[in-house]
Design a protein around this ligand. Sequence first.
Ligand SMILES: Cc1ncc(COP(=O)(O)O)c(C=O)c1O
Length: 398
Amino acid sequence: MLSKRMQELKPSPTLALAAKAKQLKADGHDVISLTVGEPDWTTYAKAKEAGKTAIDENKTTYTPAAGIPPLKAAIAELIGQQIQKTIDPSQVTVGAGAKFIIYAALTAVLDPGDEVIVPSPYWVSYPTMVELAGGEPKIVQCEESTDFKMTADQLEQAMTSKTKAVLLNSPSNPTGAEYSTEELVALAAVLKQHPNVVIISDDIYNQLSFNSESLSPHILNVEPSLFDRCLSINGMSKAYAMTGWRIGWAVGPEVLIKAMASFQSQTTGASSSVSQWASVTAIKDCHKEVEQALVALKERKTFFLDKISKVPGLSIFNPQGAFYLWVNINQWIGQSYKGEALKDSKQVAEALLNDEKLAVVPGQEFGLDGYLRLSFAASTKDLEEATRRFLNFQSQLS
Ligand SMILES: Cc1ncc(COP(=O)(O)O)c(C=O)c1O
């Protein structure tokens, strides 16, 4: 009965792992989950109030497929400030989360067989979404020596006559690596040589940057002329702690935005009206809250980095943004645990979950084995206890 596409489709591994951890918790186990990519603080009060008001004012009907005008205007202003360009609301489309917006973007640009350059380690969903949209992911393996970032040379070498798009994600999920202005200048120089290639810039963590500006540099800051073939994708989930409200957006040239809006209108329809109204308030009135969240995240990063670095055999990448630690466990691979040699990150993650009741995501899921991704959007108590469990696990290796 199932189509070939669906037979091959695996559910999102991070969501599956998070669900397994939740189930163990429901079964009475004392589980600590550092799996899921969401803030552990709640949606800001002003945004919640705006959502409630929208319900009371009966703003509960269908909206335009590309979003309500006040939200498109708020997004145009926010992103316009970030990329230092005047954005017209016609250059914005709002959808049901950045995830769907990325899929809509890929659908808008890909014909069967087109290649999309995906730097690895990558966010788990990119390769699958490229395939679902009919394209072929062209994975570029990025090295620890370049902080897991794609170099201009690698980008140039990955380009073929079939290349249709490049996916950029800074700060990155899973590594937290952020492209510097100089690195973006070099990438932009390559992109300028390939005028038919679309840039899909996933900026979902750009306001959770630990640099002095509290904002990640953007490819359009260094090369504004790329705007006509760049989709800047972002949303409410991370900086505004609104994962469940499902609001994401793309800013870009009208021709692509219009196509995406048509696709949305024929698939999901408009995103939730209530969520859109709450998002207007969050974007306009919650700057302070975003700042405070970033301060808290920086503290937790420092706290967890300090603790977890003391676990023998682990080496940790110092992230420049987002809320993940990317942990090199290669020194553990090959060691004996309960009489068996550890062979990969999946086995380590499974053992941590089964025996230590500690849920983490294996690097394999992000295209690079020998690593684990740990979310530090958790309480310091949980981060401390997670470290204790890591130490307990490590003490049994030989
Ligand atoms: C890199 C990256 N892009 C996009 C998304 C999707 O975000 P949304 O909740 O808006 O669908 C996530 C969520 O985990 C992410 O980590």
